[in-house]
Design a protein around this ligand. Structure first.
Ligand code: FE2
Length: 334
C-alpha cells in the first residue's frame, strides 16, 4: 500500500504570540539621561558587574514594567518587541573584530541590563565572545561566510546552545539594535511548527534522534547526546531545539524528518523584525526558532543570554556564587 503523504499546513501569521510596545519620547529621553551617568565596568570584576546590573535595573522606566513582567512571567507570549529605546548618542563605528569598542558609552548595555533587570540572570559561556555578558553581534572580517552571528550569510532557523543539556541552554535571548538598515530577524514559534507539521513528522521530531552539534568555537571533547527537535514540556508548552551549526540525524527516519522540518520552516511565514537602532527583541530560546536574512550593509546588534537561575550552572561547575560565565564543554560533560 502506498503511504499517504500529508502536505504541511501553511503557517499563519495570525497565530504569532508576541507583543510589541513603543516607549514614549519623554520616557526615552529620561532613560537616556539616567543611563549616561553609568560607566561600563570590567565584567571580570564580579562585584563591579553586579553593581552595574543593579544600577541599570534601577534606571529602567516604569512604563515598560508591565510588558516585561508579562514576558518574563510567561503570561504574554514567547517574544516581546520594544521600540524607541535609548541608544548611545556618540556611537563608534561597528566593530570588525567582535569586541566592544574602547570608549563606547554604556547606554545600550544599561538598557539591556535594565530590561532584564532582576527578572532573570544574564550569563555567558567562557568559550564565546571572551565570556562577555553582552555580546557584540556584527560581521567579523574573515568570518562573513560562516553560519554564525559573525557572518553575513542568511542564517537558517535555529536555537542557541542546542548542543547543551536543555537546562544549560539560554532560556531566552535579548537582541538590541545599535546599527541596522534593513536586515530582518525572523522568529517562528515551536507551536507554529507543531501545528503545521503532519502527525508523522511531528512524531519523528519528538524522538531523541538528533545530535545538535556545537559551533566550531566550542571545542568540546564530549559529543552531545542525541535529543528531540520538538517536545512537550511539563507545563504543556511546546519546546524546540535546533543547532545552527549542524544537526546530525541518528538514522534514516531522522534524516527524512529533518529534511521535512527544514522544508516546513522554509515555507513558513515567520514574524519579520528589523531590529533597528533602539529596538529590543526578547524571545524564549526554548520555544522560538530564530533566523536572519543575509546582511548586506552595516549591522551591529548586542545580545545577552538570560535564564531564571544560575544556581544549577554554579553547582555543576563549582563556580563562585557570583559567577555568570561558564565553560560550555564542562556543562556538556556534567
Ligand atoms: Fe542565534
Amino acid at each position: 500500500m502506498t503511504p499517504q503523504v500529508q502536505a504541511p499546513s501553511p503557517i499563519s501569521l495570525e497565530t504569532h504570540p508576541g507583543a510589541r510596545v513603543r516607549l514614549t519620547d519623554l520616557d526615552r529621553q529620561a532613560w537616556l539621561d539616567a543611563a549616561l551617568a553609568l560607566e561600563y565596568p570590567d565584567y571580570r570584576d564580579l562585584d563591579a558587574w553586579e553593581q552595574f546590573r543593579a544600577a541599570a535595573s534601577a534606571r529602567a522606566p516604569a512604563a515598560l514594567e508591565a510588558a516585561l513582567e508579562g514576558f518574563f512571567s510567561d503570561a504574554t507570549g514567547n517574544y516581546l518587541i520594544l521600540e524607541n529605546l535609548p541608544v548611545d548618542p556618540f556611537l563608534p563605528a561597528a566593530p570588525l573584530d567582535g569586541k566592544r569598542p574602547a570608549g563606547k558609552q554604556a547606554v545600550s548595555e544599561a538598557v539591556i541590563a535594565g530590561l532584564i533587570g532582576t527578572r532573570a540572570e544574564i550569563f555567558s559561556y567562557a568559550n564565546e565572545k571572551s565570556g562577555s555578558p553582552i555580546h557584540e553581534v556584527a560581521p567579523v572580517a574573515g568570518l562573513e561566510q560562516t553560519q554564525s552571528n559573525a557572518g553575513r550569510t542568511a542564517m537558517e532557523f535555529h536555537t542557541d546552545g542546542a548542543f547543551l543539556p536543555a537546562h544549560f541552554r539560554p532560556q531566552g535571548l535579548l537582541l538590541f539594535g545599535l546599527l541596522n538598515i534593513d536586515t530582518a530577524t525572523f522568529v517562528l514559534t515551536a507551536d507554529q511548527v507543531a501545528s503545521a507539521a503532519p502527525p508523522d513528522l511531528l512524531h519523528g521530531l519528538k524522538q531523541p534522534w538528533y545530535r545538535h552539534m556545537p559551533p566550531a568555537s566550542f571545542s568540546c571533547a564530549a559529543a552531545p547526546k542525541p535529543g528531540p527537535i520538538v517536545w512537550r514540556a511539563a507545563d504543556g508548552s511546546t519546546c524546540v531545539a535546533a543547532a545552527s551549526s549542524s544537526i546530525e540525524p541518528v538514522n534514516a527516519r531522522a534524516r527524512e524528518a529533518l529534511r521535512e522540518f527544514r522544508a516546513l520552516c522554509a515555507e513558513a511565514a515567520p514574524e519579520r523584525i528589523v531590529i533597528a537602532p533602539g529596538t529590543a527583541l526578547l524571545f524564549r530560546n526554548d520555544r522560538v526558532l530564530h533566523g536572519r536574512q543575509a546582511v548586506r550593509g552595516a549591522r551591529w546588534l548586542q545580545r545577552a543570554y538570560f535564564t531564571p537561575s544560575l544556581a544549577p550552572f554554579r553547582e555543576a561547575t563549582g563556580s563562585d556564587p557570583r559567577a555568570f560565565c561558564f565553560d560550555a564543554p564542562a556543562l556538556l560533560e556534567t
